[in-house]
Ligand binder design. Structure first.
Ligand SMILES: C[S@@+](CC[C@H](N)C(=O)[O-])C[C@H]1O[C@@H](n2cnc3c(N)ncnc32)[C@H](O)[C@@H]1O
Length: 209
């Protein structure tokens, strides 16, 4: 583990409220084990809070009570962070890689997250007992590729909440064919965290069917 780990920014307490201790425990576990377990690169530790934990937590107010599927959760970003921030929302984390699933399952147990289920599968193959109300994803695939993977998992009127980089608007333009085919509409690109976070977060939000 590198010795240059970012200290917790003051805004963390605002974003997690009374769940801050759980967020701290998860972040400490990620700092302690993330590099060794291939979940996060060493270069990320100096920006673990600003670039990763808080960058995901700022999305929490976009979620509604219901069932949210986080596709390609990896280290738990954003799925576990959102599940910590929003105990009123149920989450299913969909991740195909065995060692990442093992990490996610351990974290759910250790942190006592009763609102999270972990499923080992690819989004295009997974069979869920219930249709999702919302889907989240971060750093999994381009918007046009995510649409066919995620839209079939959503109920009519469900919503995509996809964390994206600076190219979000261009990704929307490149997805015209998939938007039509999967009846994705009311697409907007949101910028979150301005004036609050060091790194702003861009989100593509869209309705399905
Ligand atoms: C670059 S990592 C990002 C992980 C995490 N979302 C983050 O932001 O740190 C991409 C993740 O998506 C998962 N993934 C790739 N293709 C997938 C698919 N078809 N369905 C579900 N997950 C997938 C990978 O196993 C990996 O954990």
């Amino acid at each position: 583990m590198t010795d240059s780990v970012e200290t917790e920014p003051a805004v963390a307490s605002q974003l997690f409220g009374e769940r801050l201790d759980v967020a701290r425990a998860f972040t400490a576990n990620l700092i302690a084990q993330g590099e060794e377990r291939g979940l996060i690169g060493p270069l990320e530790l100096p920006r673990i809070w600003s670039r990763h934990i808080l960058n995901c937590a700022i999305v929490a107010p976009l979620l509604r009570p219901g069932l949210v599927g986080d596709v390609g959760s990896g280290a738990g970003l954003p799925g576990l962070v959102l599940a910590i921030a929003r105990p009123d929302v149920e989450f299913v984390l969909i991740e195909p890689m065995e060692r990442r699933v093992a990490w996610l399952t351990e974290q759910v147990e250790e942190l006592g997250l009763g609102n999270v289920t972990v499923v080992r599968d690819r989004a295009e193959d997974v069979r869920l007992a219930r249709q999702l109300d919302q889907v989240t994803a971060r750093a999994v695939s381009a918007f046009r590729k995510l649409i066919p993977l995620t839209a079939p998992l959503l109920r009519d009127g469900g919503e995509l909440v996809l964390m994206k980089g600076a190219g979000a608007a261009a990704e929307v333009d490149a997805a015209a064919k998939e938007l039509r085919k999967f009846k994705v509409h009311d697409v907007e690109v949101l910028t979150l965290g301005e004036g609050v976070l060091e790194d702003i977060t861009r989100v593509i939000r869209a309705q399905v069917r």
